[in-house]
Design a protein around this ligand. Structure first.
Ligand SMILES: [Zn+2]
Length: 286
């Protein structure tokens, strides 16, 4: 009896170990969408140090840390937040600042884009809902144009949920600014299925929207255990495996939750490595 219990215990340990090994890739990972505390009022966000401490068992190559100002005209807060991100990057070379401006700040926003570039910034975040601006406006087009001229990538929220034509407007913004690279966050969220027809459009018009990438943050957690799992895999393949980045949207999803959800998708090791690591490194030339 005792022997059979011992054998059962050993088999259980082997099973747990093999599962852990299956989820421990030989390559590092990039979290390309994580909200980071840059201000005393950011109660719900982790500091960079807390994030790395919580995930010290995971081989993180880069963390894209986001901060944005919510209100137009708050120029001092905008600079303080952006400076805070750059100071984190100086403390840890794995940290990639994702700064922000408010498009409706006009010339001040453009001036801040130039300052971000001078500091070595590579990417900015815009959030039409939280920052409360319409996507198709002259101010947003101006920021998109200058970001493109400076070589700054725009990570823009893609989870419109109840807002009509949100993803359509984001794609129109990207089509109107082909020199600017965009990452549509959450791959469109609950509207991700709308992206499934992209490759047909691109067959007819090669190069259309070749300036757009998509991050899987939050959306992978929602759909990995859902009846839409295979649809999500199908849309990712239609968009192109090389166009999709892994992210957490922390604190919405922790890194381990996002990874566990991602590993439930049916991709081979090469595809996983591209989404978890290589695509982000290539896009930002890290
Ligand atoms: Zn987010």
């Amino acid at each position: 009896m005792k022997r059979s219990i011992r054998i059962l215990a050993i088999c259980t340990l082997c099973f747990i170990y093999s599962n852990l090994m299956a989820q421990t890739p030989s390559y590092p990972i990039v979290d390309s969408h994580c909200h980071i505390k840059t201000h005393l009022t950011d109660d719900i966000f982790m500091t960079m140090e807390e994030y790395f401490a919580e995930n010290k068992s995971i081989n993180i190559k880069y963390l894209f840390g986001i901060s944005f100002v919510q209100r137009q005209g708050n120029l001092e807060e905008m600079k303080v937040r952006n400076d805070s991100l750059f100071s984190m990057a100086r403390r840890d070379s794995r940290f990639i600042p994702v700064c922000s401006v408010h498009p409706n700040d006009g010339d001040a926003a453009i001036e801040e884009l130039r300052r971000i570039k001078d500091f070595g910034g590579k990417i900015i975040k815009l959030h039409p809902i939280t920052q409360n601006f319409p996507i198709l406006s002259n101010e947003v087009f101006n920021v998109a144009r200058v970001a493109g001229e400076l070589g700054l990538i725009i990570l823009i929220d893609g989870y419109g949920f109840v807002i009509p034509n949100y993803v359509e407007h984001l794609l129109k913004l990207a089509m109107s600014n082909p020199r600017t690279k965009f990452i549509i966050a959450h791959m469109g969220g609950t509207d991700f299925y709308k992206l499934g027809g992209l490759n047909l459009v691109q067959t007819l018009n090669p190069g259309l929207l070749s300036n757009v990438w998509y991050d899987l943050s939050a959306t992978v957690k929602i759909y990995a255990d859902s009846p839409y799992k295979s649809q999500l895999e199908w849309v990712i393949r239609n968009i192109g495996i090389d166009r999709v980045l892994f992210g957490t949207d922390n604190p919405v999803t922790s890194l381990s939750e996002a990874l566990n959800a991602f590993y439930k998708l049916d991709f081979n090791e090469t595809e996983k490595e591209n989404i978890l690591y290589k695509n982000a490194v290539k896009l930002l030339r890290l």
